[in-house]
Design a protein around this ligand. Structure first.
Ligand SMILES: NC(=O)c1ccc[n+]([C@@H]2O[C@H](COP(=O)([O-])OP(=O)(O)OC[C@H]3O[C@@H](n4cnc5c(N)ncnc54)[C@H](O)[C@@H]3O)[C@@H](O)[C@H]2O)c1
Length: 253
């Protein structure tokens, strides 16, 4: 099925690594131009180079999503280079945080919310006027299953709470932007085998996670790309305000 992404422009945060990288490569493979926005500019450049060498269009941008000025500048640069933004993916996430609620300090809690929630807010705020003006847009926020069911260490409550906030922000943005033909949805992955995820766990915890899924395996970033492309396309234009779980059946166990 042709998803009609050729000629579209995607702005992906946290695009230098893990799931954001996989999404960016897939958008490019579908013929979209991609702005690779990441706080780690070397990673962003690596992904952009890979796309350009494969014949695609990409732009690496150093951007800390928790700084609204940097977000606005990155959006402006993308529009300057590619003319528009059709798709926003809020994927950037704070460095991994572990520990119980009692062990969490104020600073760690605030950092989590500053990057995960405020970062997404700044990006939506920056692209919304452009999308409203063109009466076209797709926004995909990265939530998590722990945003729905809570978490226990090694995943911190601050991370789970930030992902819960993203789910609420997704539904709210969908209500505000729906009249302008802008769809806003979220993906709630289960356990996806990125270095970030694996490095925070022992071999026993990894095996327990595998057994907790219906499919008896960890997810890979590529397990989420089909859903992201669907939510970025007009095939799903009647779907908005939703948070769609992709967890290998863990929640139904
Ligand atoms: N891996 C999982 O199991 C899993 C599960 C559920 C949800 N998710 C969500 O999916 C998304 C991607 O996760 P991942 O495992 O690929 O993460 P990752 O750590 O591999 O990649 C995150 C990227 O975000 C970038 N980043 C960090 N802070 C930033 C900032 N302030 N501004 C801009 N970029 C910044 C990093 O440099 C990195 O490239 C996150 O939103 C995460 O919460 C992941």
């Amino acid at each position: 099925m042709d998803l009609g992404l050729s000629g579209k422009v995607a702005f992906v945060t946290g695009a230098g690594h893990g799931i954001g990288r996989a999404f960016s490569l897939t958008y490019a493979g579908e013929g979209a131009a991609v702005a690779i926005a990441d706080i780690n500019v070397e990673w962003a450049e690596g992904v952009a180079d890979e796309i350009v060498q494969g014949g695609g269009r990409a732009l690496a941008i150093a951007c800390d999503v928790s700084d609204s000025a940097q977000v606005n500048a990155a959006v402006e640069r993308t529009v300057g280079e590619f003319g528009q933004i059709d798709i926003l993916v809020n994927d950037a996430v704070s460095p991994i945080l572990t520990g119980t609620l009692e062990e969490l300090d104020d600073e760690a809690w605030d950092d989590n919310f500053r990057i995960n929630v405020k970062g997404g807010f700044y990006c939506i705020k920056a692209v919304a006027p452009l999308m409203k003006e063109r009466r076209y847009g797709k926004i995909v926020n990265m939530a998590s299953v722990v945003g729905r069911r809570g978490s226990a260490p090694p995943t911190s409550a601050a991370y789970a709470a930030s992902k819960g906030a993203i789910i609420a922000m997704t539904a709210s943005a969908a209500r505000e932007l729906g009249p302008y033909n802008v769809n806003v949805n979220a993906i709630a992955p289960g356990q996806i085998d990125t270095p970030r995820w694996r490095n925070a766990r022992t071999p026993d915890q990894i095996e327990a996670t595998v057994q907790s899924t219906a499919v008896k395996r960890l997810g890979q970033p590529e397990d989420l790309t089909g859903l992201a492309m669907l939510l970025s396309s007009d095939v799903s234009s009647f779907i908005t305000g939703q948070t769609i779980t992709a967890d290998g059946g863990a929640l139904c166990m």
